[in-house]
Design a binder for this molecule. Structure first.
Ligand code: LMR
Length: 333
């Protein structure tokens, strides 16, 4: 039977890449917007990726997803972003072994200028943009700055992967199912300086620090493991995370479109100075969604001096990335 709901139109850049391949089928299956919400996919690739994209689109066809109403394949950003409700900016050059994500600024930064400008021309004014390509926080800020007609609070970058990683580490250490871990915000930059705030995390109904009483483990094992997990994946796989990154995109968007009942999540948003973070950067904060679908920073979290210092260090890094990238790109902030 025909579904009478208007489809949600989703653009995905880097659609034939590794993350794209792990992401598109889940969007089309309903994992992102729900089992009765039709979707249209605007698949964007650079010219050398268009042949592979054709194959991906053929496979999408071959799944006969009942919710997938249309597939657009293009290397033209204005076509790809036309009237989209969501833009998932996945495509970018990934880092290799030995690099930090910030080393990609010079390579990827300009891509996000072009994508921001094209979003500004072509997308719905209500478009919401999630940046995955690294360094994602600063790339999101670049895209946002390049799209002056789209409100700043519609740009996001992804730290849900870090939150998921942190939850798994804690669950394993405590010997509990991962579903027992809650109220875990990863603050700051998606880089090794990120702060996975174990001090406010709950395991079941208890404070994580009452269940795992080894402060040295938190500081010397947990934090570096989470912060450097992306590099560990690259070392093990010979390629950066793909399926887990795609999964975190699904989690991020799914939790941005429905009111929060229960746990909050980590999302990089445009800061207005909440919790003393510098205003004017895109930094990771604890986010919940209200009844009308608007996001808010969770209030009332008490941060220890240790947590504050860690968050400050990560945000200082974002200020530095902004200075360097905006200087190189001739953008002002
Ligand atoms: C990740 O965290 O796995 C991604 O950001 C890829 C990377 O470069 O680490």
């Amino acid at each position: 039977m025909m579904n009478s709901k208007e489809p949600i139109r989703v653009a995905v850049t880097g659609a034939a890449g590794n993350i794209g391949y792990a992401l598109l089928f889940r969007i089309a299956s309903g994992a992102m917007f729900g089992p009765d919400q039709p979707v249209a996919l605007n698949l964007i690739e650079i010219d050398p990726g268009m042949e592979a994209l054709k194959g991906v689109a053929m496979e999408l066809d071959d799944c006969a997803f009942p919710l997938l109403t249309e597939i657009v394949q293009t290397s033209d950003l204005d076509v790809g972003f036309k009237d989209v409700d969501w833009a998932l900016l996945v495509g970018s050059v990934p880092r290799k072994k030995g690099m930090e994500r910030a080393d990609l600024l010079g390579i990827n930064g300009k891509v996000f200028v072009g994508q921001g400008q094209a979003l500004n021309r072509a997308a719905k004014r209500s478009v919401r943009v999630v940046v995955v390509g690294n360094p994602c926080n600063t790339n999101a800020l670049i895209a946002m700055t390049s799209a002056p007609d789209i409100p700043n609070d519609q740009f996001f970058a992804m730290t849900r992967l870090d939150e998921n990683r942190a939850k798994s580490q804690l669950a394993e250490k405590a010997g509990v199912p991962v579903s027992e871990i809650s109220e875990l915000c990863v603050w700051g930059n998606h880089s090794p300086t990120m702060f996975a705030d174990f001090t406010n995390t709950k395991i079941g109904r208890q404070k994580a620090t009452d269940v795992i009483t080894d402060d040295t483990w938190f500081k010397e094992t947990f934090l570096p493991t989470v912060g450097k997990r992306g590099a560990a994946i690259i070392a093990a796989r010979g390629a950066s995370s793909a399926a887990s990154a795609a999964n975190a995109v699904v989690d991020t968007v799914r939790d941005l479109v429905k009111p929060t009942h229960g746990d909050f999540h980590s999302v990089c948003v445009y800061s207005n100075g909440e919790y003393g973070t510098p205003a004017g950067i895109i930094t990771s904060l604890p986010i919940k969604i209200d009844a009308v679908g608007k996001w808010h920073v969770v209030e009332g979290i008490s941060l220890s001096p240790f947590a504050e210092q860690k968050i400050r260090e990560s945000n200082d890094e974002l200020l530095e990335e902004r200075k360097v990238a905006f200087g190189q790109l001739g953008l002002s902030f």
